[in-house]
Design a protein around this ligand. Structure first.
Ligand SMILES: Cc1ncc(C[n+]2csc(CCOP(=O)(O)OP(=O)(O)O)c2C)c(N)n1
Ligand SMILES: [Mg+2]
Length: 277
């Protein structure tokens, strides 16, 4: 796919993707807007600038892989994959309907262009590491990107995987933590604080890049620099701790735990789309 480097162009795509997320979840009358909106720049920057992939040839052996470990954030992934040409845009509003290719969590049985079925939190890093190990065995240049939620990484399996990748000197995998500070029913720091998070990843042996200021994980040039740095690291995996804003782009959803898993009403959706115009 033709890469887009221009941050302004990527930002325009991101805004459009946010609109589609709102429309899809409103049509479904259920879903998780907050974590799709916080991850929008990350997913757009990966698919439109960073990753080597070909929507005309989704099973290309040497493609880079993306695993959405925080599977409930799939509306942003579906919007981006549809924009790339992997799947039909005109079905996005069938999200969460029986038989839709756009299931409530990513499911390869319905949408084979996905790399993995996810949504049972805690599994995606292990999956990604398996994919990355296989790529190394195949002597493929493929790189694997795994997007984790901050609440999700309270799962023990994440830390088993975090221990494994540096031991095997896997340098073709990047774990990104969407550090939006909110999990299902409240603030991460009140439920099970993760700090000092960058130190944890470093101590497990990961090259760790922290996009530290509030909202820096929604900063496209900062993400571009982080992924470029990750590509130069040899002999160890990279973790990107991306401080994002949950609900980013819609004022009344920003930093609001309510919109972790609540669809906007039609009136709220109209206001959201106005803000994203
Ligand atoms: C194993 C497992 N336990 C519980 C859930 C229910 N669940 C869905 S989303 C979520 C909170 C996730 O929070 P976070 O990782 O911070 O996601 P984000 O803020 O990016 O939306 C939970 C507990 C699940 N999907 N899988
Ligand atoms: Mg979170």
């Amino acid at each position: 796919m033709q890469r887009i480097h221009d941050p302004a162009e990527l930002a325009a795509i991101t805004k459009q993707m946010r609109r589609e997320v709102i429309e899809m979840i409103t049509a479904a009358k259920s879903g998780h807007p907050g974590g799709s909106l916080s991850a929008a720049e990350i997913v757009v920057t990966l698919y439109f600038d960073v990753m080597q992939h070909d929507p005309a040839n989704p099973k290309w052996k040497d493609r880079d892989r993306f695993v959405l470990s925080k599977g409930h954030g799939c509306p942003i992934l579906y919007a981006v994959m549809a924009e790339c040409g992997y799947c039909p845009k005109d079905q996005l509003n069938t999200l969460r309907k029986l038989g839709s290719i756009y299931q409530g969590h990513p499911d390869v049985r319905f949408l084979p262009a996905l790399e993995a079925s996810t949504g049972s939190l805690g599994e995606g890093l292990s999956l990604g590491i398996g994919i990355a190990l296989a790529a190394r065995l195949d002597q493929s240049p493929s790189r694997t990107y795994v997007l984790l939620g901050d609440g999700e990484i309270q799962e023990g399996q994440i830390w088993e995987a975090a221990m494994f990748a540096p031991f095997h000197k896997l340098d073709n995998i990047v774990a990104i933590v969407d550090y939006n500070g909110i999990q299902l029913d409240g603030f991460v720091k009140d439920i099970l604080d993760l700090e000092p998070l960058a130190e944890k990843w470093r101590s497990f042996g990961w090259h760790t890049i922290e996009l530290k200021g509030e909202g820096d994980g929604n900063n496209i040039p900062a993400l571009q620099r982080a992924f470029a740095e990750a590509a130069t690291v040899k002999g160890k995996p990279t973790a990107v701790i991306a401080h994002t804003i949950k609900g980013k782009g819609v004022s009344f959803m920003e930093n609001n735990p309510k919109f972790h898993g609540t669809a906007p009403t039609p009136e709220e959706a109209a206001r959201a789309l106005q803000e994203l115009a």
